[in-house]
Design a protein around this ligand. Structure first.
Ligand code: DGY
Length: 322
């Protein structure tokens, strides 16, 4: 790549964030709307002092080496950072940052939308009408799960997003249980939440919602053995990362009626969606929309730029990865 010490931005960010990047007074190498190819990524990063990337770019040792020793910061525009090899970055003295805090509410809103959609068969009803299937109201027609009649929502990962989901869920009269957390909770949250280890949470929940990061420990957390614990009417919602769920095991459980349904915003081989999921009426699918709300996306992009700018200026990054 022709530039040196530039800021490499493989994908276009929001307009306000792009303007802030332009004001950094550094050469910019900007990609396009779509993700770069691997070759474009390796070329774009060469000689960069900063990379402001998104979750679709894999930033591994090869990319870090292609960048060269002047690279100082990888600013990921996402709270999840499983696309970045943090250990490899640290070995090379490169700071890695993410965007926590600014997308909790938007992601929790989408989660509740998915909970409602799968429990009350909203997407299924929409498909029925669009297909022109004859229908008439009936006492037994398309009956779903009664969320507000004492249903239990099990939140796996009680961090910022999980807690934002819990706040919304309580407004729907859901009983909230969650996996144990190290987060500092206020008294009301503590009183309103029952903490259970994962197996018990899976046994007790009518809806299980995933809010943990994807790490070696959480990869395929939902798999044949754990799915065997859920109640046959239970629903699984995933707005975290596709890799937290073993898709083969989930598809088998859905096909065999061992789980009531699923709502998935994220996928193992994103952007590919397993075609078997598309065949199942009790599955709601959305294309990774968790943070796709205007002010949220702007805040994410601007925080990523602020992280890059701080490190380039020799200041601590506002939100380095933990
Ligand atoms: C994140 O920030 O990790 C989200 O998945 C983006 O939508």
């Amino acid at each position: 790549m022709e530039e040196q010490d530039h800021v490499y931005v493989p994908r276009l960010l929001t307009g306000d964030a792009m303007a802030e990047l332009a004001a950094l007074d550094r050469p910019l190498v900007v990609g396009r709307e779509e993700p770069p190819t691997r070759e474009e990524m390796l070329a774009g990063v060469a000689g960069a002092a900063a990379v402001v990337c998104t979750l679709t770019e894999r930033v591994d040792a090869a990319v870090l080496d292609a960048a060269g020793p002047q690279l100082r910061v990888v600013a990921n525009t996402a709270v999840g950072f499983d696309n970045v090899d943090v250990a490899a970055a640290r070995e090379r003295g490169v700071v890695v940052t993410n965007t926590p805090g600014v997308l909790d509410r938007a992601t929790a809103d989408l989660t509740m939308g998915l909970v409602l959609a799968v429990a009350r068969r909203i997407a299924e009803g929409d498909r029925l009408l669009r297909r022109g299937t004859p229908w008439v109201w009936g006492p037994r027609m398309m009956v779903g799960l009664d969320l507000s009649a004492g249903a239990t929502l099990g939140i796996v990962g009680f961090g910022r997003i999980g807690r934002a989901v819990a706040r919304r869920a309580r407004a729907f009269d859901l009983r909230v249980v969650a996996t144990p957390t190290r987060a500092a909770l206020d008294d009301d949250e503590r009183a309103a939440t029952e903490f259970l280890e994962l197996p018990e949470l899976l046994r007790r929940s009518d809806v299980v919602s995933l809010h943990c990061p994807l790490t070696p420990d959480t990869r395929h957390l939902v798999r044949a053995e754990t799915l065997a614990l859920v109640q046959p009417h239970a629903l699984l919602v995933n707005t975290a990362r596709g890799g937290v769920v073993d898709t083969d095991a989930l598809v088998a459980a859905l096909q065999e009626g061992r789980i009531g349904g699923a709502a998935l915003d994220v996928f193992e081989d994103e952007p590919d969606v397993d075609p078997r999921l598309l065949e199942l009426e009790n599955v709601v699918l959305t294309p990774h929309l968790g943070s796709a709300a205007a002010a949220t996306r702007s805040a994410m992009c601007r925080l990523a730029v602020a992280n890059a700018a701080a490190v380039l200026a020799g200041r601590p990054a506002p939100t380095p990865v933990p």
